[in-house]
Design a protein around this ligand. Structure first.
Ligand code: AMP
Ligand code: GLY
Length: 429
């Protein structure tokens, strides 16, 4: 198949890597992609991937059998809609259905319609209104901007004044939600969805905070592992329950409302003492969870993406996953998730974008790198260009080995001021 993957990050690198590892060869283009994807030999044409008109023109010009939209910004901007209208198979929801991620209030309404288990939430528009709601829910306070906020919209704090400040910051930009605080282990579980049916992938756990021990501010995700051996009742029972109580009712409700969800339904869950509850939905693959879920997927990814895009998931069995486990550790720049110091050299990466010293079962995914032009006698340095820079992905038949390999990889990479967590997957070893 000729496949276009849209997006610039590590998630797209993971998707491209999975497509290229299939037995049947595909012609994969990743726009705009990144330097790591290019170093792997994939075409990475420049494209304003968030602009529906630009993407439609690009797809019309080049012709693709399947378009896979990676990040949330193009989905919420409506990039899927003109493509679908033109009859192109698209993996990624319409602008209307992407509101499941783009508006937390919309997601809460859908969940309420069909009784999907989630924490209580109230909308507020002023700090005066917020005072009463904060006291009603009590500490820790959970305050969320309604729309996309590049990971900065959610604050969980015991500091009531900080919670009110967060309301004051985001209220001018739209609604703010104050939520009941939920306590328990977090789980990310992805589903392929074709508008009517859903097919689950394998669960993963993300590490959201910047520092070890889940301290410090929220980030996009500093590491992940899959599967989750500690799930109550085991992985299969957990996946079945989430399918029946969360994913399927949500997708059927969106279908009934005339906004079918076609793409990846990301269920952000928390396993509380009162059972499984939804923290949030996303309308796309998680980053960095995808980096540990897709390498474990034995069935061909492209078949599921195409089946979802063409309404054929009902005829597909659940994909097969390897018994191997996977761990990813993210290397981030100094300052992340605040003001990032970018532009520093990263050493330990080869011309093909992999570790200079190969480790069995380990590969790199690039999130924000660039390669300087090679000069005589010089291969061209790798430079960090953003917050999350690289992920070291390791596979093994047990978590002890996978974790050890991932950290061996991290030890080979040198980035001045670079940050990584040292406790990724420690709880499963
Ligand atoms: P979100 O962007 O909605 O995933 O929120 C980011 C992170 O904030 C989540 O991964 C949780 O760690 C935390 N969080 C969000 N909502 C809640 C909640 N209701 N109770 C406790 N923690 C939460
Ligand atoms: N890792 C969290 C997310 O992708 O939203």
């Amino acid at each position: 198949m000729k496949i276009l993957v849209l997006g610039p990050g590590a998630r797209e690198h993971a998707i491209v890597t999975a497509l290229l590892s299939e037995d049947s060869p595909h012609d994969v283009v990743c726009a705009p992609g990144n330097a790591g994807i290019a170093a792997a030999g994939v075409a990475t044409p420049a494209l304003d991937y968030v602009d529906p008109t630009a993407v439609e023109a690009f797809v019309r010009e080049h012709g693709f059998d399947l378009v896979v939209i990676g990040p949330e910004a193009p989905l919420v901007a409506g990039v899927a809609d003109p493509l679908r209208l033109a009859g192109v198979p698209v993996f990624g929801p319409s602008q209307a259905a992407a509101a499941l991620e783009g508006s937390k209030a919309f997601a809460k309404r859908i969940m309420a319609e069909v009784g999907v288990p989630t924490g209580g939430a109230k909308r507020v528009t002023t700090t005066a209104e917020a005072e009463g709601v904060l006291d009603e829910f009590g500490a820790p306070y959970v305050v969320k901007a309604d729309g996309l906020a590049a990971g900065k919209g959610v604050l969980v704090t015991n500091d009531r004044a900080a919670a009110l400040d967060h309301v004051a910051t985001w209220a001018p930009h739209g609604e703010v939600l104050i939520e009941e605080s939920l306590d328990g282990q977090e789980v990310s579980l992805f589903f392929f969805a074709d508008g009517h049916d859903v097919v689950p992938l394998s669960p993963a756990q993300d590490y959201k905070r910047i520092f070890d021990g889940d301290e410090g501010p929220n980030t996009g995700g500093m590491g992940a592992y899959s599967p989750l051996p500690w799930l109550p009742g085991g992985v299969d029972a957990f996946v079945r329950e989430v399918t029946e109580t969360v994913a399927l009712p949500t997708v059927r409700q969106l279908e009934a409302e005339g906004t079918p969800f076609v793409g990846l339904l990301y269920c952000g869950l928390i396993v509380t003492a009162q059972g499984i509850k939804v923290i949030e939905f996303n309308a796309r693959f998680g980053d960095p969870e995808t980096q540990v879920v897709l390498p474990r997927m034995v069935s061909p990814l492209s078949e599921y993406l195409l089946a979802a895009a063409t309404g054929q998931l009902g005829s597909k069995p659940a994909p097969e996953f390897s018994d191997d486990v996977a761990v990813v550790v993210v290397l981030a720049s100094e300052g992340y998730p605040g003001d990032v110091v970018a532009g520093r050299e990263v050493t330990g990466i080869s011309a093909t974008g992999e570790l200079t010293g190969p480790i069995e079962g380990v590969h790199l995914v690039h999130a924000a790198t660039r390669r300087e032009a090679a000069a005589a006698g010089d291969e061209g340095a790798w430079v960090a260009t953003g917050g999350r820079v690289l992920g070291v992905v390791a596979r093994a038949n047990n978590f002890g080995d996978a974790r050890a390999r991932a950290y061996q990889g991290i030890d080979q990479l040198r980035l001045e001021g670079g940050q990584h967590r040292t406790d990724i997957a420690a709880r499963v070893v």
